[in-house]
Write a protein that binds this ligand. Sequence first.
Ligand SMILES: [Zn+2]
Length: 116
Amino acid sequence: MSARDGRADASPAQAAPACAEDGSPEGLLDEALRRAFWQSLNRAPLPAMSALEVAARVVGALYRQVAQAHEGPNGCRCGWEPDPDCDLIVLEANLAAALLQPPEPDLARMVALGRA
Ligand SMILES: [Zn+2]
């Protein structure tokens, strides 16, 4: 599913105006998700792992919703076929890769704000 296949507009339109350096759809989504995460924690702080566990569960729930949007005769016809076992491996690999990356400057700043 992506903006390219016309399904992205089926989700709630609440993307913040983005100033992602890279204006790609991936960059815009990345920025919107990070912004929502930090804004929420600034309003209602949580223990670190609790916040990250919520974020991980949300990714799982989003997977389920996107997969569901590809089922049945009215489902998205982009050709993607959900395969939870294989897709989970891909998601875990992305999670691991992100964990091992050095923090980006903007993220480091947001972490500081989150602790303020
Ligand atoms: Zn699709």
